[in-house]
Design a protein around this ligand. Structure first.
Ligand code: AHM
Ligand code: MG
Length: 344
């Protein structure tokens, strides 16, 4: 009974990656193997987060990372899991993690062609409350000239803008673990972790953001530090000028992955503007802003910095460099650009 309703031809992430590889005749399979290693890191981190309160993983680890944030025990574990997976893949030459002051160079794999950037557990201030956190990642392909034994690779080799990303995405460990991934010039695909099968299943193929939606997501507690144009923009959303116009809804979780995932599905705008307290912004270009900007653009949205510029073209000066960020539905981000232009 009901047997005919069972889908026996599901697309797992593994199958999806294989099919993607077959579409590119010159593909060597290295990228696919790297993605398999990423997939294992996501599964492990999801597992530890789900069990955190049970196995004494909540709370602080007693150290602090480069930016001075107190490190959570899970931040440390997530970082270690990620580094081990990337090293083990044999396909990564260079890794930048939010939790590591210096770029990690895998000299044991001199021919590895990829450089990976990641925030292993983003939104970790939410961890102990069981609120969604996630992993953000980006993948760059290194130029052939710097590959091979005897060649030296340094952090400078990864100071690239987001247009050079070959793939990016994020996971959100929420009610279920969600994985969103996109490749350069491709669509955005969303997968849901099926715990009993231990597989990510394609549940959101070819994601497209609605062109507009009256939802804004920003830490409004910072508004006294904001630039005039930012205050003006959010004011306009709350006090529409047209007769009978409805104000926007506010939604702010405080985990970029969760706020971004909702925005991707429902539409609206997510912002973390640069302000007088943090003149360069809070979020990091390489492993937070650029990967998200690529996902949003490939899903039909827009992503800009606090100067109204396309976020994907912003070049980081150092690996932990920051930027203001506005990402979301095309019309909503365009409205922010219009207000910016009116003020400049
Ligand atoms: P983290 O990488 O230390 O977790 O910080 C990044 C997080 C983002 O997920 C989120 O958008 C932002 O910080 C929230 O910051 P705030 O608490 O200032 O609103
Ligand atoms: Mg982060």
């Amino acid at each position: 009974v009901g047997q005919e309703n069972i889908n026996t031809d599901i697309i797992t992430l593994t199958r999806f990656l294989t099919e993607e590889q077959l579409r590119v005749p010159e593909a060597t399979g290295d990228f696919t193997l790297l993605c398999h290693a990423l997939q294992f890191a996501f599964k492990s981190i999801a597992y530890y987060i789900r069990r955190a309160s049970l196995i004494n993983l909540t709370g602080l680890a007693g150290s602090s990372n480069i930016t001075g944030d107190d490190q959570k025990k899970l931040d440390v574990i997530g970082n270690d899991v990620f580094i081990a997976a990337m090293r083990g893949s044999g396909k990564v030459r260079l890794l930048v993690s939010e939790e590591e002051e210096e770029a990690i160079i895998f000299d044991e794999h001199p021919d590895a062609r990829y450089a990976v950037v990641c925030d292993p557990i983003d939104g970790s201030s939410n961890l102990d409350a069981g609120v969604s956190v996630g992993t953000i990642f980006g993948i760059f392909r290194l130029p052939d000239e710097i590959l091979g034994a005897g060649k030296s690779v340094s952090a400078k080799d990864i100071l690239r803008d987001g247009t050079e990303l070959v793939a990016s995405g994020f996971t959100m460990y929420g009610a279920s673990a969600q994985l969103v991934i996109t490749m350069r010039g491709g669509s955005v695909n969303g997968f849901t972790m099926e715990n009993s099968l231990g597989e990510f299943i394609l549940t959101h193929p070819k994601m497209q953001l609605p062109a507009k939606r009256a939802i804004y997501s920003v830490n409004e507690g910072n508004s006294m530090y904001w630039d005039d144009w930012v205050n003006d923009y959010f004011h306009q959303l709350k006090y529409p000028s047209e007769e009978g116009g409805k104000p926007y809804s506010a939604r702010y979780i405080g985990s970029m992955v969760a706020d971004a995932y909702r925005t991707l599905l429902y539409g609206g705008i997510f912002a973390y503007p640069a302000d007088k307290k943090s003149p360069k912004g809070k979020l990091r270009i390489l492993y937070e802003c650029a990967p998200m900007a690529m996902v949003f653009e490939n899903a039909g949205g827009l992503a800009i910095n606090s100067h109204g510029e396309r976020l994907l073209t912003v070049l980081p000066e150092h690996i932990h460099d920051r930027s203001g960020v506005f990402l979301g539905s095309r019309d909503e981000v365009q409205k922010a650009i219009d207000v910016y232009n009116k003020h400049h």
